[in-house]
Design a protein around this ligand. Sequence first.
Ligand code: CA2
Length: 142
Amino acid sequence: MPTWLLLNGPNLNMLGQRDRSQYGSETLPEIEAMVQSIAEANGITLAKCQSNHEGVLIDWLQQGQQYDGIIFNPGGYSHTSIAIRDAIASIDTPVIEVHLSNIHNRESFRHHSYVSAVASGQIVGLGALSYKLAAYALLEKM
Ligand code: CA2
């Protein structure tokens, strides 16, 4: 059975609790359930992880070969982490980079993502819909 990984980085466990105007009102469990229902409807198993720790995210990415696709919101590490970029570059699995907010119309330090150069695609600024569209992108790629 094909399997996807839904990986979320630092602070995304706080979704729905604060900063709703920026990130929307959906909680992370609600977003995970939404992706899971798309996966299940298409015969795909979904593995999920959220971590606030860079090394833990890298550990999951290093196991990325066992997945058929990865939906990844690296959170603030998008803008800082060469190590996460290197981990993605070391696997063949397609990684769709997702952001809830439009990182391009926010502070200039959010405009650059180290992940985007090694991701298969990037979806930004559409709130929880960004994750849904990432799932549909993976379906098309499979
Ligand atoms: O827009 C996105 O999805 C981000 O990856 C979210 C990150 C931010 O650092 C990136 O630049 C863009 C931050 C996630 C913080 O999430 C919170 C949610 C609720 C309350 C506090 C933080």
